[in-house]
Structures are given as C-alpha cells and as structure tokens.
Design a protein around this ligand. Structure first.
Ligand code: ATP
Length: 352
C-alpha cells in the first residue's frame, strides 16, 4: 500500500486531482490517499494556507500529488511556515506562494517537466519529445523584493554554484538512465554576466563529466525562438527557475496546451507531483478542465514508487481515449467534461 498525500488545491485543482485519483484507484494500485487542504481552499476553511497538517502528512508519506494552489495577484502574500520534522529550524520562514514554500521546505531542488506530443491531440507539432529540467530552489523565486522608494521596486536574483551543480547532475543522471543524448543549457549570460554566467559555467562543468551527453548553451531568447521553429531538434533543457517556468508554458503550447503538461518536484527524501498549469479560475467548477496534465503527473508518481506496470496501463488507456477521441474535454476539441473523460479512461483501463 502506497501512502500519498493529496492536495486538491484551488480553482480546477479539485476537479483534476479527483480525476487522477479515480483513475489510479481504478487501475488496481493500492494507494492510501491522505487528503489535506492547502492554498486559498485552506484559508476559506479558516486554516493557514499551508498549515502543520500538510507538513506532517508529506513528512510521513514522502510523496504528494498536488493540485494548483492560488496566490492572489497584486497584494503582498506571505506564507509563513514554522519548524516541522522535514525542516527543524528555529525561525519561521516566509515565502511568496504555497508552491514555492513546499519546494523549499522539502528541499525539492529540481522540477522535471516532460513535454511530448500525444496521439490524437491536435497541436502545432507532432514529434516533440523533450524534458525540461528546471532548477527549483533559487533565482528570482526567493521572494526577496522590496520597494526602494514609492516609484522603484527591486528583486534579488540569486544563483549559487551548489544549487546549479545539483540540478545539472540530476539532469545528466536522468538523461543517462533514459538514454537521452543532447542537453541545452538556457541562459542570458550576455547580459546577466554574474548570475547567469555562474549558472552556465557551473552547469557546463557538471555536464562535461558526462562525455556521452552532447552539451550546448543557448541564449534564452534564441532558445525560445528555436523551440517555436523546430522543437524536434531539442532533447533536454536545463534552465534556471524563472526561465524554466516560462519555457515550460511555451513548450506546453507546442503539444496542445497547458492541459497536457505534467511535472514533478524531486528532492533526496520527498517528491511532489503537480501539473505545469495553474488554477485556471476562468474554467474552475465547470467540469471542463482537461485532466491529462494531472494524470500524467500521477503516472510519474507511480513510476517514482516503482509501479511501472500500473503507470504504463494508465498511459495506454489515456492514449487510446485520445486516439479514439472518446469523450474529450473542450480544449482537446471534444464536447465531454472532466468527469466524462475520466470515465472514458477508466472504461479503457477495464478493456486493456
Ligand atoms: P494561476 O494564477 O494559478 O497560474 P492562471 O489562470 O493565470 O492561473 P493557468 O491556470 O496556468 O494560469 O492557465 C492559463 C489558462 O490556460 C487558463 O485560464 C485556462 O484557460 C487554460 N488552462 C490551464 N490549465 C488547463 C486545463 N487543465 N484544462 C483546460 N484549460 C486549461
């Protein structure tokens, strides 16, 4: 029996996590889900956005499937976290969002985002198969922003050799295991000579230790253009936190949109699986959200715990439904809802 923390989250989160849970349960893997509230849903229930129960749960299970969590725009938003068993430090820490707090507290230092063309999905390209490795712990995401005066704001961008090397090593080890051969390091070191320069040099030094991996570097703006022109030329990308966030959405667009892009946040002891997309408030509660990104995040979780057979069965059922265009959600050109598409995948699992 696998113990997994389930964070339904906000917006479309409860709908797509319910879909993923139902499909995992239907495929016969024994999972004990520990459902915990986080984000605006927790606040609405009078709880902190990220309370001790969430930390206790993930501290115990080591694993979470997470729906997107909302962060209000514009107003300063502070997630305060006290010491807990995964991070027993004296002072409470403050973060700009729930997702960032979880990544930092559980030391989930790398964000892995596979992007691939799926059968039957109308998209700009048919032959995309790449992995984005996004450094997950620093860059502009530490929330170190301030107003210098009433008309001037500034944010601190931090890059360290240690965090970059760790991310690069993870990327290279994963590539080696999967037989992937080409790594592109994205950066803007022509302008950000110190920060992006350090990222590039540190990442390159690690990649050089893997002679079977062909490494090159691309200035981030040129990389974006080339990804749009010819994404099939790319295999794996290593990017600092902010570029990784932006390029992930760009790449999701190459293969059919945000509904198709799964992700995993991985550390030494803990792992949290979540889709690339956010809370999508425009479609929340309407039973039209595409569950594929969350479902593929769940199959990545299953593989992470060694359930390769179950993950493969679910993906075959999903591909079958996509190819037959059976009860697809509107973003995939269908007229089904989230629940109908979920049932179609469960039906296909039964027929496997
Ligand atoms: P957040 O502020 O939480 O990031 P957002 O609306 O700014 O939310 P996303 O949620 O990432 O950003 O999505 C942008 C748009 O893409 C959504 O408004 C929605 O129209 C579409 N979208 C995202 N995820 C899905 C999905 N799973 N199924 C269908 N459409 C989606």
């Amino acid at each position: 029996m696998h113990q997994v923390t389930l964070l339904p989250g906000d917006g479309i989160g409860p709908e797509v996590t319910a879909a993923a849970r139902a499909i995992v349960d239907a495929c016969g893997v024994a999972v004990a889900w520990d459902v915990q509230r986080a984000g605006l849903a927790a606040q609405d229930a009078g709880l902190p956005p990220l309370g001790p129960a969430v930390f206790d749960s993930i501290g115990r299970t080591g694993l979470a499937l997470k729906g997107p969590t909302g962060t209000p725009f514009g107003t300063p938003y502070r997630i305060e976290v006290a010491a807990h068993r995964a991070k027993p430090v004296a002072e409470p820490r403050v973060y700009p969002s729930v997702a960032i707090a979880l990544r930092k507290e559980f030391d989930l230092y790398i964000n892995v985002r596979p992007v691939r063309s799926l059968p039957g999905v109308a998209a700009r390209y048919r032959d995309v198969d790449l992995i984005i490795f996004r450094e997950n712990s620093e860059d502009l995401y530490l929330g170190r922003e301030r107003m210098v005066d009433a008309d001037t704001a500034e944010a601190v961008k931090t890059i360290t050799r240690g965090a970059t090397e760790r991310a690069a090593r993870f990327a290279c080890e994963t590539m080696q295991r999967q037989g992937r051969k080409k790594l592109a390091i994205g950066h803007k070191s022509n302008v950000l000579k110190l920060t992006d320069g350090l990222f590039l040099n540190s990442a390159r030094a690690i990649a050089e230790q893997y002679p079977q991996i062909e490494t090159r570097d691309r200035v981030i703006d040129a990389l974006c253009m080339e990804l749009v022109l010819a994404p099939e030329r790319y295999d794996c990308l290593l990017l600092a936190n902010l570029y990784g966030d932006i390029v992930s959405d760009l790449c999701a667009g190459l293969v059919g949109g945000l509904g198709m892009a799964p992700g995993a946040n991985i550390g030494e002891k803990y792992a949290i699986f979540e889709a690339v997309h956010g809370t999508a408030p425009d479609i929340a509660g309407r039973d039209i959200a595409n569950p594929v990104a969350m479902l593929l995040s769940a199959t990545a979780l299953l593989r992470h715990v060694g359930e390769f057979g179950a993950a493969g069965r679910i993906e075959r059922a999903l591909f079958d439904v996509l190819e037959r265009r059976d009860r697809l959600t509107p973003d995939l050109g269908g007229s089904g809802g989230t629940r109908a598409m979920t049932q179609a995948i469960i039906d296909a699992l039964g027929a496997d």
